[in-house]
Design a protein around this ligand. Structure first.
Ligand code: NAI
Length: 287
């Protein structure tokens, strides 16, 4: 049978999660989504109304289909962790079956048995527009909770249902390694932690379940999340002007790297960060 992927962090057709899902589907994988609760209903409505039809078209003429879309909020591990005001919020209350990471993993196990590929393509930093110097403790911790611990939580809970040889993948950004003004709120710290965790988790999950853990450091993309940060056009222009390859990154290029990493071609690759950024990381000065 083909491989089965669980992809967290798809709520439209503009981001990396969508492109990764599509590339995995092109390669024959079945795709299951975990979509952020507040974004779920608009995503499903847009899907039904055909808003994504053009981007759903696969090379073989078929349409990208999702085997199932679960409501998920990756800042909650289990039902006891959900605060009252969230539990009773209209959108969250409508997510029957549960939206915590544990509940979603349980539902995937019940509905599908196992998975081969786990993709974490989500991040959130409520104070991303503030510099690190201005960031509050709660803003910083929220960024790390949503953007970094969420992956540990997912791997803890999906690892036991992943087949040996499987692949877990996250997305990171070079603001973890170099100062990139504008990527604030502790998001740079969250990405630095995510990159370190990639190494430690590759060891632990490799020994425990025989799966691989990698991260892609992607160049700038005009996704919904990136537009919310506010400086994405400047970052794209900077990259186009200064990277070795003077071209705009296409999300598909991150998708195909994710498909490679999930494939047997990458059977010996784990604990690694791969730049998919037109080479910008290699530059030391703007030219
Ligand atoms: P996106 O907006 O397509 O994806 C982010 C997703 O995270 C959204 O679907 C959102 O609903 C979801 N999300 C937020 N909080 C959540 C939570 N608590 N639980 C579950 N889902 C939640 O944006 P993009 O840019 O494709 O982001 C995907 C990944 O790529 C992120 O890790 C981001 O940091 C990373 N990245 C993005 C770059 C860019 O320029 N767009 C550059 C390098 C990395």
């Amino acid at each position: 049978r083909g491989k089965r992927a669980f992809v967290a962090g798809v709520a439209d057709d503009q981001g990396f999660g969508w492109a990764i899902s599509k590339a995995l589907a092109e390669a024959g994988a079945e795709i299951i989504l975990g979509t952020w609760v507040p974004a779920l209903s608009i995503f499903e409505t847009s899907m039904k109304r055909g808003k994504f039809d053009e981007s759903r078209r696969l090379e073989n003429g078929n349409m990208l289909e999702f085997a199932k879309v679960y409501p998920m909020d990756a800042v909650y591990d289990k039902p006891e962790d959900v605060p009252e005001e969230v539990r009773t919020n209209k959108r969250y209350a409508a997510a029957d079956g549960g939206f915590t990471v544990q509940q979603v993993a349980d539902r995937v196990k019940e509905d599908f048995g196992s998975i081969d590929i786990l993709v974490h393509s989500l991040a959130n930093g409520p104070e991303v527009q503030k510099s690190l110097l201005e960031t509050s403790r709660s803003g910083y911790l929220a960024a790390v909770s949503a953007s970094t611990y969420s992956f540990i939580s997912m791997l803890q809970r999906f690892g036991p249902i992943m087949n040996r040889g499987g692949s877990a993948l996250t997305l990171t950004y070079i603001a973890s390694e170099r100062a990139i003004p504008g990527y604030g709120g502790g998001m740079s710290s969250a990405k630095a932690a995510l990159e370190s965790d990639t190494k430690v988790l590759s060891f632990e999950a490799g020994r425990k379940w025989g799966i691989r853990v990698n991260t892609i450091s992607a160049g700038p993309l005009r996704s919904r999340a990136a537009r919310a940060i506010g400086f994405i056009d400047d970052m794209i222009n900077y990259s186009t002007a200064n990277a070795p390859l003077q071209r705009e990154l296409d999300a598909v290029e991150v998708g195909s790297t994710a498909a490679f990493l999930a494939s047997p071609l990458a059977a010996a690759i784990t604990g690694t960060l791969i730049y998919v950024d037109n080479g910008l990381h290699a530059m030391g000065v703007a030219v």
